[in-house]
Design a protein around this ligand. Structure first.
Ligand code: ATP
Ligand code: MG
Length: 764
């Protein structure tokens, strides 16, 4: 009542307002994209503060990314009309848990200045442990172990809690033991890895009830955004903090315990005690004491759960009412973000998923422009087409900041980055390094740079021992000394040193081989096309093999990136021209406030919104990804579809989908099939357009037939969907059509629904 006139409440709809003003007890806002969930959370904080219900330091507010946390602070300041003091506990799960951990580090055998290891450090440490255990790193790669350990940590499993069957899959049954010794080593090194920030914080709370109680008392309010993507560890951590402080030490409050028991009995959706290691805590309910439920507010959308592959459990959202009895569940149905056609497309697409709660979404916005679908000949034309559309939007007065390109796989970014550099169009990559800054790309470029310029010491040093060839720090130090004394480049020093006996025979042999290899590659440069040379270099140096043998989750992506790198070289006359282009790309580090196009993966786009969203690469095998197509069951495919839904719902006014008929996947040209997701869009909200990047197909641009030597043909049983026929109609597409094995020339859209030619039957 007192808040009736508050400025920040103005404009909220009744349900949003309910979610903001229900401060006492648990609240779950379960609502679709763009309905204002994040806005509700921010307004709720403003409300708590202005009502004097808590001070900034008493509000725990969890966002999915650091960027989202910063944005929330800015909005909050706008709402309150003043900068918010502190809000020290507004951040990601990891940043907040890490902070708590630092304050009590000694209780988990760390010092407060502990270091957080990055993946490389982690791998190095695991390799040492494998060596100590005499486990062959080739057969049992450290990266695979790192992946397993991360997975266990995401599930909140301490070494002693890992099911023995799972621990046995690595190193002839030594997986669990290695995990334990890894944790011990981390303590000795005064270090934690990323997963530890949460896991060790959970252990801290479990083993020190008084510390837990201190935080339970401190946090009067808990707020969580993107609740559908929390994993088990995050869930356990939240549950510990969200219990009302109890004086009985380690026991869980009766209400929480009962709720778990209740869901055990009624078999509520998704409850599976076996998967929840933290649930085995036995508690003794405090007689007669029913602690008041905690003021926790979680917001999420089951249709946007896209991190299942990283251990997120959408079940957490389905369990909320059981975990927090008496929870108020609020649904928001009005979408404030997108125009009618975009929302219709996104909503219709997601109805193809089976396992969903289902919800209505409506907009009072205009219908707006239809979602466009554009076919391009290949990914290069796709990038050119999008580049031109962006320039056209710019001419219409759109800001580049309001334009985003969302890709399924990070290697897709390369084509766009190159195009933008050529066009002089400012861009920024969000949520990851730019293509040419990725570690494997920098390594590969370093080899090429040493070939191009033997005096490039930085490049030489980068790869002298990558892959490992027994040329460690001592050798490099020696080369440095030598080079400095004689004022020559490192490579020259290496050439000189291998003629002496300053190095041990093994290192010397290894270095000599490397020097000889570089000399051979340099000679080859005169007679071999530069793309071929690059392949030779990556093969002969053992670099490609290093990643092929690597069984970590990201190895395949790195190999794809390397292939993409070689492909990107095709556009340049020679190695020198290519490297010069790279230095230009690397050079343009735009200012943070510069007007620039945003480029990111669909995964990093969660929670964001842009006026204009381009969604390239809607093809079977890319999106949905090949892995999910090869998989048994629908789970992976449904997660891909949710990702498509997330992508579409990022758009405010324009959503523009693209597919290319030819794409190089894993280094081979493949004729692709437009994504099934295109067939799942409602015809009435979609418009098929011609690519603006067309190069006249048969003509310019070096499209020699040899380039498509590897084109795979469709089987004759394949029924041509509307999309392919749209392609066949285009000038020059006849060649593609013939090669593709279908000849139909009729206008694809005469008298039939272009979306009706579904091929779900072939893939379903
Ligand atoms: P997502 O699921 O994608 O994270 P969300 O539910 O968090 O979406 P928000 O980002 O909070 O949605 O809101 C989407 C857009 O709608 C924002 O631009 C927000 O400012 C606007 N919006 C939300 N509620 C209202 C309202 N009551 N009046 C006007 N605009 C609103
Ligand atoms: Mg949001």
């Amino acid at each position: 009542a007192a808040s009736g006139g508050a400025r920040y409440l103005a404009g909220l709809n009744p349900e949003q307002r309910d979610a903001v003003e229900t401060l006492d007890g648990p609240v779950l806002v379960l609502a679709g994209a763009g309905t204002g969930k994040t806005r509700v959370l921010t307004t709720r904080i403003a409300h708590i503060l202005s009502q004097g219900r808590a001070r900034p330091g008493e509000i725990l507010s969890v966002t999915f990314t650091n960027k989202a946390a910063r944005e929330m602070k800015t909005r909050l300041a706008e709402m309150l009309g003043q900068a918010v003091e502190g809000m020290p506990w507004l951040g990601t799960f990891h940043s907040i848990a890490g902070r708590i951990l630092r304050s009590h580090a000694e209780l988990v055998q760390l010092k407060s200045n502990f270091t957080v290891l990055d993946t490389d450090d982690q791998i190095r440490l695991l390799k040492q442990l494998l060596q100590a255990e005499n486990i062959d790193d080739k057969r049992w790669p450290a990266r695979m172990l790192a992946g397993l350990i991360d997975g266990w940590k995401n599930r909140g499993l301490m070494p002693s809690q890992v099911p023995s069957g799972e621990a046995a899959v690595f190193g002839n049954g030594k997986g669990g033991k290695l995990y334990a010794s890894y944790q011990e080593r981390l303590k000795i090194l005064n270090a934690a890895d990323f997963g530890d920030l949460l896991l060790e914080c959970i252990r801290l709370f479990r083993e020190n009830p008084d510390v837990l109680r201190q935080y339970q008392n401190r946090f009067k309010f808990i707020l969580v955004d993107e609740y559908q993507d929390t994993n088990v560890a995050q869930y356990l951590w939240l549950r510990l903090l969200s219990q009302a402080p109890s004086s009985s030490g380690s026991s869980l409050p009766g209400s929480t315990r009962q709720s778990i028991a209740a869901s055990d009995e009624d078999g509520s959706p998704g409850h599976d005690a076996a998967r929840r290691p933290g649930d085995d805590e036995k508690s003794v309910a405090v007689p007669g004491a029913t602690p008041p439920p905690k003021n926790i507010c979680c917001v999420g959308d089951d249709d946007q759960s896209i991190y299942g592959w990283r251990g997120a459990e959408v079940d957490n959202i389905l369990r909320f009412e059981h975990d927090f009895p008496g929870a108020k569940v609020i649904r928001l149905e009005r979408n404030y973000r997108s125009t009618g056609h975009i929302l219709a497309a996104a909503s219709h697409l997601i109805t193809h998923n089976e396992g969903r709660l289902g919800k209505t979404l409506r907009t009072e916005d205009v219908e707006g422009e239809k979602v466009t679908v554009t076919g391009a000949w290949d990914s290069e034309e796709e990038a050119r087409g999008i580049g031109e559309e962006i320039e056209e939007l710019q001419r219409k007065g759109e800001h580049l900041n309001d334009i985003a390109i969302l890709v399924r796989a990070s290697y897709q970014m390369r084509e766009f980055e190159d195009r933008f550099v050529t066009l002089g169009l400012p861009y920024r990559v969000i949520g990851g390094p730019r293509f040419y800054e990725r570690a494997e790309i920098r390594d590969a470029l370093a080899y090429l740079r040493v070939i191009n310029s033997p005096a490039d010491d930085l490049a030489f040093e980068r790869i002298v021992n990558v892959p490992k060839r027994g040329l460690g720090d001592a050798t490099v130090q020696m080369l440095h000394d030598h080079a400095r004394k004689r004022r020559i480049p490192l490579f020259e020093a290496a050439r000189a040193v291998v003629e002496t006996d300053e190095l041990k025979p093994k290192a010397r042999g290894s270095l000599r081989q490397l020097v000889l290899q570089f000399e051979r590659w340099r000679a080859q440069r005169e007679v071999t096309p530069h793309t071929e040379l690059a392949e030779i270099v990556l093969d002969e140096s053992g670099y490609t093999e290093m990643w092929q043998k690597d069984r970590s989750a990201d190895a395949a992506g790195r190999l794809d990136n390397l292939k993409e790198l070689i492909r990107s070289m095709e556009e340049f006359e020679n190695l020198h021209g290519f490297l010069e282009h790279i230095s230009l790309v690397m050079d343009r580090e735009g200012a943070a406030d510069e007007d620039a196009v945003s480029l990111m993966t669909l995964h990093s786009a969660k929670g964001l919104e842009f006026d204009n969203v381009f969604l390239p690469g809607w093809e079977e095998g890319l999106f949905p990804s090949q892995r999910t197509l090869d998989e048994q069951g629908r789970a992976g495919l449904e997660e891909e579809r949710r990702l498509a839904h997330v992508g579409l719902t990022r758009a405010r006014r324009r959503a523009k989908l693209y597919f290319a008929t030819n794409r190089r996947i894993h280094g081979t040209w493949t004729t692709t099939i437009p994504s099934r997701f295109l067939d799942e869009l409602p015809a009435g909200s979609v418009e098929i357009t011609e690519s603006k990047g067309g190069s006249g197909w048969g003509g310019a641009g070096g499209y020699g037939p040899s380039r498509f030597d590897n084109v795979e043909s469709f089987g004759s049983s394949y029924s041509t969907p509307g999309w392919q026929r749209a392609q066949a109609r285009r000038p020059g597409a006849a060649r593609g059509a013939t090669e593709g094995g279908f000849k139909e020339e009729q206008s694809p859209f005469s008298g039939r629904d272009p979306f009706g030619g579904g091929f779900g039957g072939n893939f379903g």
